[in-house]
Ligand binder design. Structure first.
Ligand code: 5AD
Ligand code: FES
Length: 362
C-alpha cells in the first residue's frame, strides 16, 4: 500500500491528511474518488433524494460582498412570491413525488415576514397532509424565530458558514453588526437547539482562500457534527464588490475540481451525513452535479420556482435553469441520475442518517 492509500483508509484524519487529499492529482485523485464512492455506497447507497427548491424572495437586508441579490445591488428587480405561487410549487413537488421542498430566500427579519413564513409552513403541511418534508434556508434568525418555524412544521435548516476562517469571513462581508462571524456561529447553535437537522457549508475557490482554509473548513464541519452540508464553487457576479478580486481567482475548472475533491474528502470524513450536489456546480460544468453525486453527494435541489422569477434570483453568473420551467428540470434529473447508476428516492424525506443516529435526535 502506498503512502496515500494508507491516508485515505485511516479512521481519523488530521489537517495534514485533509490537505493531502485536497491536493491530489492523477492516480492519487482517482484513489480518493474510489474511496469516497466506496464509503458512499456502503453508508448511503445509490439513492439520491430531492428537495424541490422554491426561491421565495430575493429581497435581502444584507450586503455580502459576493452575492448578486445583496441589498445594494440596484440592478436586481426585487420580488416575493405570492402565497398562491408557493402553494403551486408545493403541489408541484407533491404531484411529482419529490418527498421534500426547500424554501430559500434573501434574509429578512421583520415580524411581518416571520409570521408570513410561519403561516406558509402550516399551510404547506396541511395541503400535503404532512407528506412533504421542509428544509429552510432563510438566513440568520433569533432562537425564537427558529423555534416558531420548527413548530410550524419545517425540520431541516441550512445556513452556510461560507468560510470557517474568521479573517476570510471579514474579507467577504461588510464589517458591521449584521455580518458578524460570532453571530453566525451562534445562529448555527440555535438552529440545532430548537431541533432542526442542521446543515451548513462553505464556498470553494474564494479570493484569498487557501487549501489550508478548506482543510480547516472540513474540520469545522466535523467538529460541529452537522447533519447536512451544501457547499459549492464560488462564482463571480459582476454587480458585486468581490468582482474586483477576480484576478485572484483560480480558473472555474479548478474551482469545480476542488469542489468535487472537497465533497469526496467530506464523504470520507463524515460518512453518514447528507451532502448536496450544489446547483453552482452545474454553472461551471453541465455534468458538475453528476460528478458530485458520483463521488459523494446524495441530495439534489431541483429548482421549482416559477420560471418568470428565476432570472431574478441570480446569486452568481451563469446560474443554470434560469429560463426553464420545472417540468424540464424534472424530466432531465431522472434521466441524468439513471445515466450514472443512481436512483431517485421518490416520496421519501431522505433525512440525514447522521441525525437519525445521533444524540441530538430526541
Ligand atoms: N457564488 C457561489 N455561491 C454563492 N452564494 C451566494 N453568492 C454566491 C456566489 N457568488 C451562495 C452562498 C449562500 C447561498 C444561498 O448561495 O453560499 O449561502
Ligand atoms: Fe443576502 Fe448575503 S446578501 S444574505
Amino acid at each position: 500500500m502506498n503512502a496515500f492509500s494508507k491516508i485515505v483508509n485511516q479512521e481519523t484524519f488530521n489537517k495534514q491528511d485533509l490537505i493531502s487529499m485536497l491536493n491530489t492529482v492523477g492516480d492519487e485523485q482517482a484513489l480518493l474518488y474510489q474511496k469516497s464512492r466506496a464509503v458512499k455506497d456502503y453508508y448511503i447507497g445509490n439513492t439520491v433524494h430531492l428537495r424541490g427548491l422554491i426561491e421565495y424572495s430575493n429581497v435581502c437586508i444584507k450586503d455580502c460582498l459576493y452575492c448578486g441579490i445583496r441589498k445594494s445591488n440596484k440592478n436586481t428587480q426585487r420580488y416575493t412570491l405570492s402565497d398562491e405561487d408557493v402553494f403551486q410549487c408545493a403541489l408541484y413537488a407533491l404531484e411529482n413525488n419529490y418527498g421534500s421542498i426547500a424554501i430559500q430566500a434573501g434574509e429578512r427579519t421583520d415580524q411581518l415576514y416571520i409570521s408570513k413564513i410561519t403561516s406558509l409552513l402550516k399551510e404547506i403541511k396541511k395541503l400535503s397532509n404532512g407528506k412533504l418534508g421542509i428544509t429552510l434556508s432563510l438566513g440568520e434568525q433569533t432562537l425564537d424565530t427558529y423555534k416558531e418555524w420548527f413548530d410550524a412544521g419545517a425540520h431541516r435548516y441550512l445556513l452556510r458558514i461560507e468560510t470557517s476562517n474568521r479573517e476570510l469571513y471579514s474579507k467577504i462581508h461588510p464589517n458591521n453588526r449584521l455580518h458578524n462571524f460570532d453571530k453566525r456561529i451562534e445562529a448555527l447553535q440555535n438552529i440545532r437547539k430548537v431541533g432542526f437537522q442542521l446543515g451548513t457549508g462553505v464556498m470553494i475557490g474564494l479570493p484569498h482562500q487557501t487549501i489550508e482554509n478548506l482543510a480547516d473548513d472540513l474540520l469545522f464541519l466535523k467538529a460541529m457534527d452537522v447533519d447536512m452540508v451544501g457547499m459549492g464553487p464560488y462564482i463571480e457576479h459582476q454587480d458585486t464588490p468581490l468582482h474586483e478580486m477576480n484576478h485572484l481567482l483560480k480558473s472555474r475548472q479548478e474551482r469545480l475540481d476542488l469542489t468535487i475533491k472537497m465533497i469526496a474528502t467530506l464523504r470520507i470524513l463524515m460518512k453518514d451525513i447528507n451532502i448536496v450536489g450544489a446547483t453552482a456546480l452545474q454553472a461551471i460544468d453541465k455534468m458538475g452535479r453528476e460528478k458530485a453525486i458520483r463521488y459523494g453527494a446524495n441530495i439534489l435541489m431541483p429548482n421549482i420556482t416559477p420560471g418568470n422569477f428565476r432570472k431574478k434570483y441570480k446569486l452568481y453568473e451563469d446560474k443554470p435553469c434560469t429560463d426553464e420551467n420545472s417540468v424540464d428540470c424534472n424530466n432531465c434529473i431522472d434521466a441524468r441520475m439513471s445515466l450514472i447508476g443512481s436512483r431517485i428516492g421518490y416520496n421519501e424525506w431522505g433525512d440525514s442518517r447522521h441525525f437519525t443516529n445521533s444524540k441530538f435526535n430526541p
